[in-house]
Design a protein around this ligand. Structure first.
Ligand code: NAP
Ligand code: G4F
Length: 386
């Protein structure tokens, strides 16, 4: 079998990093597009880095940006990929309300730039394209659960931009016979999830609270519901979609939905913290009312037990609500129907929500311990003028 070449836009992101490792393990040559940044932005893929001077390297990085047609066209021309995974995006829904034009440019037109470059370069019959579509397209949901036939009703500049990207992908498939497919992926998380998405914000904060590094966390809408899976499972679906003989669009989801409040409760219990929620809306709080000491010692360590017990003794508030995190228009409920992907792709997730939470909490407790050790050693504060 000939060696395949893949181009991943967004290789420095959560999904890009997992997909790059997955494809390298399958024997692919992987090209990734990364943005120029004033700080290193390759943390998630540093373990995959190969010095270009070694013999027969398999991973190559190219500077690029989805808003730059010339650059996209050049990278595709140089790499001649068999498969393109378009994962790059301004992917934060709340931020898209503040950067609507940029989001439309990168997330909407960026997809058009890739499709058109492939067509103009004469690669329409060679290069298969995966477009990272999203359950945010369902927005104000018209059906429960949501499947490939559920009408879209986007509720943010991000979702509206992704709606354009979805349909331009379908259009290029139908107009030019391209192997271009949408994966309509529901929320997927992991220990390397961006720190401002709700799951990671919670697992990081609870880990810091457990170690005495942080007092509390402020959240937005605790009532919204998401269908959460593990990113490691979801990137496998991306690969499977491009291995199909015919292009098509697929929902990738677990079929189970959970409130943000319950996610916090489950993540806290994972390390032995018991939270009781009181009040409603912006006045809701979560108090620490008890500690499962055995669990806490196993998951966090006895060194940190006394301070957390004393906080539980006075029923200290550890979760608050700040309206700043409410969105102008919210997506209240997402729950996917993955029947098509299970039957046609043979896709099955290995992780359920408790296993995802275990993975994320284990990782963040470890990460925050590192921070705690640095603090103990006096290496945590940096002032330029002292
Ligand atoms: P992520 O962690 O935010 O990664 C996004 C990637 O896109 C990063 O590598 C980022 O680069 C890059 N990027 C952003 N703007 C760019 C631009 N203008 N040009 C080139 N690269 C740019 O997102 P993710 O969670 O891995 O998601 C991957 C894709 O799936 C995204 O398109 C997202 O919208 C979509 N999606 C995600 C989920 C989910 O639950 N994770 C669900 C459905 C769909 P930097 O590292 O430099 O920022
Ligand atoms: O974690 P989130 O920011 O993810 P959201 O908005 O669902 O978007 C993510 O999943 C999409 C797939 O459906 C992707 F397309 C997209 O790129 C991104 O990866 O928020 C989840 C929910 C929302 O309802 C939000 O209002 O959590 C609620 N929430 C409550 N408090 C919060 C917070 N979200 C964040 N980020 N921060 C909070 O403090």
């Amino acid at each position: 079998m000939t060696q395949k070449t893949a181009l991943i836009t967004g290789i420095t992101g959560q999904d890009g990093a997992y997909l790059a490792e997955y494809l390298l393990k399958k024997g692919y040559i992987v090209h990734g597009m990364k943005r120029r940044s004033s700080l290193f932005n390759t943390d998630r893929i540093d373990h995959l880095y190969q010095d270009p001077h070694i013999e027969d390297p398999k991973l190559f990085l190219h500077y690029g940006d989805l808003t730059d047609s010339l650059n996209i066209t050049r990278i595709i021309q140089e790499t001649q990929p068999d498969e393109i995974y378009n994962l790059a995006a301004m992917s934060h829904v709340q931020v898209s309300f503040e950067t609507a034009e940029y989001t439309a440019n990168a997330d909407g037109l960026g997809t058009l730039r890739i499709l058109e470059a492939v067509r103009l370069l004469g690669l329409a019959k060679k290069t298969r394209i995966y477009q990272a579509s999203t359950s945010e397209l369902y927005g104000l949901v018209q059906q429960v659960p949501q499947s490939e036939t559920t009408p879209f009703y986007p509720r943010s500049p991000y979702a509206v931009a992704k709606m354009y990207a979805y349909w331009i992908t379908v259009n290029y498939r139908e107009a030019y016979g391209m192997h271009a497919s949408n994966g309509i992926l529901f929320n997927h998380e992991s220990p390397i999830r961006g720190e401002t998405f709700v799951t990671r914000k919670v697992t990081r904060a609870l880990s810091k609270i457990a170690l005495g590094l942080q007092q509390s966390i402020f959240m937005g809408n605790l009532n919204s519901r998401r269908d959460w899976g593990h990113a490691k499972d979801y990137i496998r679906a991306m690969y499977l979609i491009l291995q199909q003989e015919k292009p098509s669009d697929y929902v990738i989801a677990t079929g189970i939905t959970t409130t943000i409040r319950d996610f916090i409760d489950m993540a806290a219990k994972e390390i032995g913290l018991k939270i009781e929620f009181r009040g409603e809306g912006p006045d809701e709080i979560g108090v620490l009312y008890d500690v499962d000491q055995e669990r806490f010692i196993e998951k966090v360590g006895d060194k940190y037990l006394d301070q957390i017990i004393s906080r539980a003794a006075v029923k200290d508030v550890i979760v608050g609500v700040d309206k700043r995190y409410f969105r102008p228009t919210e997506v209240d409920l997402l729950i996917g129907d993955p029947t098509k992907s299970k039957t046609q792709l043979g896709w099955e997730p290995y992780y359920d929500l408790p296993a995802l939470i275990t993975d994320m909490m284990n990782s963040d407790v470890k990460l925050m311990k590192k921070e705690s050790y640095l603090k103990e050693g006096g290496y945590d504060i940096m002032n330029y003028f002292e």
